[in-house]
Design a protein around this ligand. Structure first.
Ligand SMILES: NC(=O)c1ccc[n+]([C@@H]2O[C@H](COP(=O)([O-])OP(=O)(O)OC[C@H]3O[C@@H](n4cnc5c(N)ncnc54)[C@H](O)[C@@H]3O)[C@@H](O)[C@H]2O)c1
Length: 421
């Protein structure tokens, strides 16, 4: 059996755990609402992304993708897509220069026409097209963005007056940020740490930097294994939440001397720096679950410590003080670098939002001005609902009297926009 055939079987298997995308195919496939759309995407090239790509194609779109992360690529799944004629650009361990080359390959399709829709994560493809291909921007109907980090990038572009197309940030859907970021990470973070190190978590002191959605999932999961978890935060609300959950909340300088495993989840930069690393116990394990690889100062580590590669994505560094640091996935997202990223079911929630966002922007583009939008609460609730059957959830229905009492329609939306879940 070839690599591609192996990938094909995994894609087919993942479909079973992606009920939202299968529903999109059943409901919208026949009418081909994305006909005419040339969607260029930038996401981790995983099995789940392959199911998303094939869903967009079934809805009528032409699609080509590149990888958003050098380690977030399952080569065999991509081989299976290529065998079926889909353009995908990226390979596991690609360099920064190769990444940029791959990104640029998605801009023009084989017939010479440029993309007219973008599906992005982290904002790189969006920024690239704005900077390097401004001539094609007027033809873009919309951009859907996947993650917290991309939201930050696109908000900066908007504030500077540089954003030139409407965006739907699907990370703002509750069925994305409160599901993928929390529960996806709750499983895939430890999967990555365990595959990389086989370390026993019980009894260890684990430091989680950031107690947002990803941090909450990380902390809960590590505690579930019996680790003693310390949290660091800059936001008093999140710090209070962490304390109320029973976590110790300290600064990184205080936590550095106590921790044995460190996980960054802040979406910020230089959260673990040289002064922290020099204070850590021998053989501390460092990894990052945030989007970009700058949360741990890997550059300093590489320049100032002796590196021994243990195996792919696991390096042990000897510091000037004689102690060692074990770095996973070179400071890139550990759940992608050392495991297979988020599970299919959770990606189904995220990617159903992506499909709905692409359809909204393509078919109702006149309703979206240049700016950053979110999907309606009604659609958000629908995404959740498409995932209930698969896990045997029985939903209670409001009757007319109850709905009137609460002041909501019997079929939703059930909550005001500001409700925080
Ligand atoms: N690994 C994955 O699969 C995965 C999944 C979803 C999101 N992400 C990425 O994870 C990152 C976090 O996402 P999120 O949705 O949890 O964001 P979030 O905004 O909900 O949480 C980040 C938290 O970090 C805190 N923080 C910021 N700077 C800090 C610092 N210097 N020290 C301590 N705390 C700090 C913030 O106050 C916030 O509470 C983003 O980069 C996002 O793109 C990764």
């Amino acid at each position: 059996m070839s690599q591609a055939d192996f990938g094909r079987q995994e894609i087919d298997l993942a479909e079973y755990e992606m009920p939202g995308l299968m529903m999109m195919r059943r409901v919208y496939g026949p009418s081909k609402p994305l006909e005419g759309a040339r969607i260029a995407g930038c996401l981790p090239l995983t099995i789940e992304t392959a199911v998303l790509i094939e869903t967009l194609q079934e809805l009528g779109a032409e699609v080509q993708f590149c990888s958003s992360h050098a380690f977030g690529i399952q080569d065999h799944a991509m081989a299976a897509l290529v065998k079926k004629g889909t353009g995908v650009y990226g390979w596991k361990g690609e360099t920064d220069e190769e990444y940029v080359w791959c990104l640029d390959q998605t801009v023009y399709f084989p017939d010479g026409k440029p993309l007219n829709m973008i599906l992005d994560t982290g904002g790189d493809l969006t920024s690239w097209v704005h900077e390097k291909h401004p001539d094609i921007i007027s033809g873009i109907r919309g951009i859907s963005e996947e993650t917290t980090a991309g939201g930050i990038t696109l908000n900066k572009l908007l504030k500077e007056g540089k954003l030139k197309a409407p965006v739907i940030n699907i990370n703002d859907s509750v069925t994305k940020c409160k599901i993928d970021n929390i529960y996806g990470t709750r499983e895939s973070l430890v999967d990555g740490i365990k595959r990389a190190t086989d370390v026993m978590l019980a009894g260890k002191v684990c430091v989680v930097a950031g107690y947002g959605d990803v941090g909450k999932g990380a902390a809960q999961s590590l505690r579930g294994f019996g680790a003693r978890v310390i949290v660091t935060e800059v936001d008093p609300i999140n710090a209070l939440q962490a304390a109320m959950e029973g976590y110790e909340v300290l600064t990184m300088q205080e936590a550095a001397v106590k921790g044995q495993i460190f996980v960054t989840t802040t979406g910020c930069t230089k959260v673990i720096r040289s002064e922290h690393m020099l204070a850590m116990p021998d053989n501390s394990i460092l990894c990052n679950a945030g989007f970009f690889d700058t949360e741990i100062d890997v550059k300093w580590l590489k320049e100032n410590a002796e590196r021994v590669n243990i195996k792919p994505q696991v390096d042990r560094f000897k510091l000037s003080n004689g102690r060692h640091i074990i770095l996973l996935a070179e400071g890139c997202m550990v759940n992608l670098g050392c495991a297979n990223g988020q599970s299919s079911f959770v990606m189904s929630c995220s990617f159903t939002n992506q499909v709905l966002a692409q359809m909204q922007l393509w078919t109702k583009h006149e309703e979206y001005h240049v700016g950053i939008h979110r999907l309606s609460k009604k659609l958000d609730e629908e995404v959740a609902e498409t995932h209930l059957d698969h896990i045997g959830v029985k939903l209670t229905k409001l009757d007319e009297e109850q709905a009137k009492y609460l002041g909501v329609p019997t079929n939703g939306p059930f909550k005001p926009e500001h409700y925080r879940y």
